[in-house]
Design a protein around this ligand. Structure first.
Ligand code: BJW
Length: 229
């Protein structure tokens, strides 16, 4: 890739699959065992917060135990080689890109290691389990701390920054995402209409595969290093 190109990379659950983190929609994935409306909506949290805490506590524990793989490391190297020209947007709530050495990662769906208070909005880091008994350190409300995760019906984070980056991109690379969830699923069409070359790296064609000008199919630990190096 040309050193002067502006590159926007979107990653999804598939990049972390070989680090042992479950995807959502693959066979036997998270949504085969949990109802989205129970664990990934604000209404589900209002109905049964204990269930939502337990879902994210389990995921926080497995997320913190996971290690980055060759695909995360390849993207971190690409960022170093193209200093300031690679914007990494992830839908993932794990921190494997950061562990691999990436910087400025845009977590559009939030982060497992953060919580915020639904009463006053204060955010804090969270490495342990959360529970209904948690007290907000800022406003002292009890039972209002929630995972800092973007659930269905909520607006993903940093959208203005992402839209501006898509508009400027020379190359847009989508890695390990099914293209089932908006607005991320629409990024390829936006980048393409702004003139970017669009590349898909995935196990198999995603829902939006027709929008990509190039594709490599296979496991992320193989296709990502081969493509970016
Ligand atoms: C491998 C691999 C290997 C496997 N190597 N590859 C009707 C039409 C259009 C939109 C809507 C609609 N009805 C409702 C909406 C909106 C809704 C939506 O999109 N719903 C769809 C289901 C239709 N979206 C929202 O509500 C979003 N908010 C929103 O739209 O606000 C309005 C707004 C937006 C912008 C500006 C202003 C206003 C919020 C979406 C929140 C998503 N949250 C989740 C859960 C929280 C995070 C968490 O708990 O982890 O985020 S859902 C879940 O899906 C998670 C993921 O980030 C997201 C995407 O999943 P991903 O990463 O693509 O994973 P999978 O499992 O789907 O795919 C894995 C892929 O990897 C597959 O392709 C495999 O082949 C591949 N793979 N192993 C390489 N080794």
């Amino acid at each position: 890739m040309d050193k002067a190109s502006s590159i926007v990379i979107l990653t999804g659950a598939g990049i972390s699959a070989e680090s042992g983190i479950e995807t959502f929609r693959d066979q036997g994935g998270l949504w085969a065992r949990h109802r989205i409306e129970d664990v990934a909506t604000p209404e589900g949290f209002a109905r049964n917060p204990a269930l939502v805490h337990s879902f994210y506590n389990e995921r926080r524990r497995s997320g913190l135990a996971a290690k980055p793989n060759a695909a995360h490391r390849a993207l971190a190297r690409l960022q170093k080689e193209h200093a300031g020209r690679v914007i990494l947007v992830t839908q993932n709530i794990d921190n494997l890109h950061e562990q691999a050495g990436s910087t400025g990662v845009i977590h559009m769906h939030g982060e497992l290691t953060k919580v915020f208070c639904a009463a006053c909005g204060a955010r804090q880091d969270q490495l342990d389990d959360t529970s209904l008994k948690d007290i907000c350190p800022a406003c002292s409300a009890v039972g209002q701390m929630r995972p800092d995760i973007v659930w269905f019906g909520e607006i993903p984070y940093h959208m203005e920054m992402i839209q501006a980056a898509l508009w400027e991109a020379d190359v847009f690379i989508s890695i390990g995402t099914s293209g089932a969830v908006y607005p991320a699923a629409g990024f390829v069409a936006e980048a393409r209409s702004a003139g970017a070359e669009t590349v898909e790296l995935n196990l198999e064609p995603s829902a939006g595969s027709r929008f990509f000008s190039a594709a490599r199919y296979g496991p992320a630990t193989r296709v990502v290093p081969a493509f970016v190096e």
